[in-house]
Design a protein around this ligand. Sequence first.
Ligand SMILES: [Ca+2]
Ligand SMILES: [Ca+2]
Length: 218
Amino acid sequence: MRSLGVLFAVAVMSGCAAADGEALDDAEQPAQQSEAAVVPEAESEAIPRSINIDIVGAVIGPMKSDSNPWDGFGSVPAGVGEALGVALGAPTPYVAVASFLQTAAANSLSKPDPFGTATLNDSNAITLANADDNTENTFTPNWPGRPGWRNVAYSTDLRIRVTLQDEDIWYHDDIGVIEINSRDIDAAWASQHVYPVNVADQSSRQLLFVMLSVTPGS
Ligand SMILES: [Ca+2]
Ligand SMILES: [Ca+2]
């Protein structure tokens, strides 16, 4: 009994020593980390009252909603739509879709010649690209110049409507009419870089992402 008691005491003492050391580390480190992390985050999260909004580009789906290619004839293989659905359901859909569009299955399809306009709260219309200056045959157009709005008074009522078409010889194909709201603008600001707004569910997967940049106005 006595020897067992000594063993027990030694075990408790060494256990306590280890526990004390761990408890000290646990108590001190999170406090230091959270103070260091919280302050800059809080500063960067506040969106300015005046902002610049740029519509930088877009990501167009690999086919029309009827499974026909953007240009030409024939139907797109069923596997393309299935792979697109998987990519849109991925944890980071923009990264997954961008990767998929570079695969041979998507890259071999005919691509649209995107152009269109954007309006801010039903007025302030701008041209993203027209039939003369648009990039042709691309799923990932970047708009020429710097289309957007300067020194916009931030409000939760901000709404941007983007209308895109595929330039064709006779009748342009509609790509999509989608809307971006203040929550998307908040997300773009918080990202502090060009932010892909997922709009696939607003356009039958024809217009997948609108690339948005939000910077401080003056
Ligand atoms: Ca077309
Ligand atoms: Ca076309």
